[in-house]
Write a protein that binds this ligand. Structure first.
Ligand SMILES: Cc1cc2nc3c(=O)[nH]c(=O)nc-3n(C[C@H](O)[C@H](O)[C@H](O)COP(=O)(O)OP(=O)(O)OC[C@H]3O[C@@H](n4cnc5c(N)ncnc54)[C@H](O)[C@@H]3O)c2cc1C
Length: 297
């Protein structure tokens, strides 16, 4: 299918991009285009104006202050993987980015685009939700921050409104002894979208799981916090959460109970629940290992 005609804009500043969006009746931002071009080519969407974000340097900054890590929405997955700052503070974000598509997709696709597409199988959302991230959104001169856990409404539906540009992803720095892990199951090792995914964050205090968040992906219309599974591990001693332990199995089962998977060409709903059960247990063990190694350092 041919893409219908549109005006292509390539502003150099965020202000200019916001003005262009504001002036257009039906304009949309484009970052790497790895999601949007597919939809345009399939005729699923049409825009009078397409505003490229790729020349806007302020959307590509990765920095920190004492309390938070900031990742520009225009940062590509490859830039995230290569960032020493991200690897130092939250290597799990780089690990999740490394699971997206292929090298070509990671070189082009951005974190902002991954979140704004709002796909239920998005690879970066589970980890960022588990870490308590928020997203900063600009519209005209207004700036707001939305917790990422509230950003997704349904598959491919987010809180992004007309004229909005996501500017940064803000990740709070956690207390010490935090470990986080992401597990993805696809039909192949490479270039495969998630059939099931899970992200686990645990924070330890004297061997007790003082805080935790377990987020399940691709098994509901959006990535969601599995409250039941989180509740199973919170407050428990890590010695109770060993491989094949009753408690670990309960946590895996609880995550599966919180899921609402679909049957589709990639997997049946029950198969997804079974895989989620296993992946959740694995991710909890790995997150605890990572937290323990941080506590020692
Ligand atoms: C072959 C292939 C494999 C893939 N594999 C994976 C995978 O394994 N895991 C995965 O999670 N995804 C995968 N994807 C999807 C896609 O590559 C990612 O979601 C990517 O991060 C999208 O980023 P982008 O910059 O290309 O977004 P774009 O296509 O440029 O934009 C996507 C949407 O977000 C909006 N948007 C972009 N940036 C902003 C912004 N800053 N503010 C407001 N709105 C914005 C656009 O208007 C559009 O609606 C794959 C895609 C392909 C084609």
């Amino acid at each position: 299918m041919y893409i219908s005609d549109f005006n292509y804009h390539k502003p150099k500043t965020l202000k200019e991009a916001l003005e262009l969006l504001h002036k257009s009746d039906n304009g949309a931002p484009i970052a790497g285009g790895t999601d949007m071009l597919v939809e345009l080519k399939q005729g699923l969407r049409q825009h009078q104006d397409i505003i490229s974000l790729t020349n806007i340097e302020e959307l590509k900054v990765i920095n920190e202050d004492p309390d938070q890590l900031y990742i520009g929405a225009g940062t590509t997955h490859s830039e995230i993987i290569a960032s020493d700052l991200i690897k130092k503070i939250y290597p799990v974000i780089a690990e999740a980015a490394s699971k997206v598509g292929t090298a070509q997709i990671r070189n082009t696709g951005t974190l902002g685009g991954n979140l704004c597409t709002g796909s239920s199988c998005c690879d970066t959302a589970p980890v960022l939700i588990a870490l308590g991230a928020g997203v900063e959104i600009a519209n005209g001169s207004q700036l707001k921050i939305i917790p990422l856990k509230d950003f997704f409404i349904h598959n491919k539906q987010t809180m992004i409104k007309k004229g909005d540009i996501m500017t940064r992803i803000i990740v709070p720095k956690q207390a010490s002894c935090v470990g986080a892990h992401y597990e993805k199951f696809g039909l192949r090792e490479a270039a495969s979208i998630s059939v099931v995914s899970v992200a686990v964050m645990v924070q330890l205090k004297n061997n007790i799981i003082n805080d935790a968040c377990i987020v399940i992906g691709a098994v509901a219309p959006t990535a969601i916090i599995s409250q039941r599974s989180t509740n199973v591990v919170k407050g428990k001693n890590v010695s109770e959460l060993t491989e094949n332990s009753t408690l670990l199995k309960r946590a895996g089962k609880a995550a599966a109970e919180d899921s609402v998977p679909i049957d589709d060409i990639r997997a049946g709903a029950q198969y997804r629940r079974d895989i989620l059960n296993v992946l959740t247990q694995r991710a909890i063990l790995r997150a605890i290992e990572k937290a323990e190694s941080k506590c020692k350092n």
